[in-house]
Design a protein around this ligand. Structure first.
Ligand SMILES: [Zn+2]
Length: 308
């Protein structure tokens, strides 16, 4: 699932190739791709025709194109496998091409391609941001928190809110209403950089540890952005159809059994919310729990002894 660096890479491509252009016609080829637009594909096409897409905007993992007039926008949900491609009009249709946007200038068109159809496009109304009314964002994502690369993010407020939570650290990092843009990959990578185990309880963490984590979250997101994102499952691509290459720089995510780049201890994988967490058991000490019976289970859980 694309996270902030991947969505920002796509946004940057849309800003360069699509912003400022007027829509001539929209062809919705698959109803599932517009299911979030409740009035249906024909309505979406009719309301977009003749409108200008003035910019490409993002908050966290969410992407939208404000329309001329300043009241509405086209929201793009990438879901698991959604791609926004900018293609010459005569390029053959992609196998999973669901929506095609042609422009009045006759130039490259915008295509929404989605193998697994969890993503889609919808029109939405722009509303003022609660903490900064001059800023407008789609009503459907108004509850999403600012992301770590947002200049208006209030670090101290995020740190305080996180420490007030009574949950585990990785769960808090994935909570898009606390801090947006981070998914499984960058959560595991930033926890590793900050030497924190994701199962640590947020209400036991010192302020300095959370501040350091936020620093490392920003660092990993910026590094990934420079690499064009992570194309871990080969589904994420930029508007030109190219993948990112940050997967080559991943320290722990997807690296089970490989040596930790910092200390050489084999990276571990553990279950986490129907998914996985990847961590170095030496650099990221699991939290102390209530006493458990001695034996292999205890050694395994505490991560002790694996450096031998
Ligand atoms: Zn390590």
């Amino acid at each position: 699932m694309p996270e902030l660096p991947e969505v920002e890479t796509v946004r940057d491509g849309l800003q360069r190739w699509v912003a400022g252009r007027s829509v001539a016609a929209v062809d919705v080829r698959h109803p599932r791709a517009v299911r979030r637009h409740l009035a249906g594909g024909a309505d979406l096409a009719a309301r977009l025709a003749g409108r200008r897409l003035v910019a490409a905007s993002r908050r966290g993992k969410y992407l939208w194109l404000p329309l001329d007039g300043g009241q509405e926008c086209l929201v793009a949900h990438l879901g698991m496998s959604g791609q926004l491609l900018v293609r010459p009009p005569d390029a053959p249709p992609e196998k999973h091409l669901h929506v095609r946007v042609r422009f009045a200038d006759g130039g490259r068109e915008l295509r929404f391609v989605d193998q697994r159809t969890f993503g889609g496009l919808a029109l939405d109304t722009l509303v003022p941001a609660a903490d900064r009314p001059a800023e407008r964002l789609p009503g459907s994502i108004a509850h999403i928190a600012r992301d770590p690369l947002d200049p208006y993010l209030d670090d101290q407020a995020v740190i305080a809110r996180l420490r007030r939570r009574r949950t585990e650290l990785k769960r808090a990092l994935l909570d898009q209403t606390l801090l947006s843009g981070i998914g499984n990959i960058y959560a595991d990578e930033s926890l590793w950089r900050a030497r924190l185990h994701g199962a640590r309880r947020t209400d036991t963490l010192p302020r300095a540890a959370v501040a350091e984590l936020l620093t490392q979250v920003r660092a990993v997101l910026r590094d990934a952005l420079r690499a064009g994102g992570t194309s871990f499952d080969a589904l994420y691509v930029d508007v030109d159809g190219r993948g990112g290459y940050f997967d080559r720089s991943l320290a722990v995510y997807g690296q089970e059994g490989r040596p930790c780049p910092r200390c050489g201890t084999p990276v571990r994988r553990a279950a986490f919310m129907n998914r996985s967490r990847f961590f170095c058991p030496a650099c990221q000490r699991p939290p102390r729990r209530r006493p458990v019976p001695a034996g292999p289970a205890r050694i395994d859980r505490r991560g002790a002894g694996v450096r031998a």
